[in-house]
Design a protein around this ligand. Sequence first.
Ligand code: NAD
Length: 291
Amino acid sequence: MNIGFIGLGNMGAPMAANLAKAGHQTRGFDVAGTTAEGVAPAASIAEVAQGADVVITMLPNGAILRQVADELIPNMRDGALFIDCSTVDVESARYAAQAAENAAVMAVDAPVSGGIGGAAGGTLTFMAGGSDKAFETARPLFDIMGQKAVHCGDAGAGQAAKICNNMILGATMIATCEAFALADKLGLDRQKMFDVVSTSSGYSWSMNAYCPAPGVGPTSPSDNDYQPGFAAELMLKDLGLSQQAAEMVDADTPMGELARKLYAQFVENEDGKGKDFSAMLPRFAARGRDA
Ligand code: NAD
């Protein structure tokens, strides 16, 4: 296939490189002038669109996605496929899907989980929204860039699944970290805490697979001085998107909102910026009830 890729950042560059490595003709564009291995550089968004069977975007936010979609989609051929893999608000995902439909272009919103390691290793999980035909057309490319793709529903459903997942993740990470900090103060050994909780009803991905306590559980960013991993500011972004979506549909999400507030405080007023999102553990451990 002829593939265009827009947004060759931390995630996009390795994803585009994997498509090129699999034998697809791949052209890429990034405003910052970044490139990716095996990917031919294009001079503009319009140039990426020309002759492309598929164009994939991996961009920072919904406002940029809307701008890029406005410039890209009118230049794509009828029946081509547009895949947005960025994490954005549900409304922007639906805006891009509508613009595609108006231009007879197929569209899938397909945010990912798996981070930079998953992008490089081709082991991402895709959560996709769009028509059956668009999803089936995209699937072989998801198989190259990732290990699992779930078709979640119509346009926006991929973003909806992503922000609901990450709202759970933010809240469970905070709950896990505050429980470790309480256990410390009760004199409970962190390894014993892990041994019990990871096999009891308090278990979660945050505890079992990504334990925030250094030296406990499988290797995670806590073992590397909380270098991200999944940065606290990216968690804050996703928690903001979940609250934006909750407002849009009048959903009551008090735990998600509290998690957003705590990550905002951590990133904006404390020392959380640039740290992994599991660095909530040393934060809680250093505090008392009135801190
Ligand atoms: P990044 O900032 O490294 O990359 C974004 C790229 O988009 C940059 O290179 C930037 O120059 C480019 N860009 C911005 N505006 C552009 C435009 N108008 N035209 C062309 N290129 C443009 O970010 P990233 O870490 O690669 O993340 C990309 C997306 O993936 C985000 O939505 C993020 O939330 C999501 N995501 C990231 C991770 C992660 O671990 N980094 C994990 C899952 C999802």
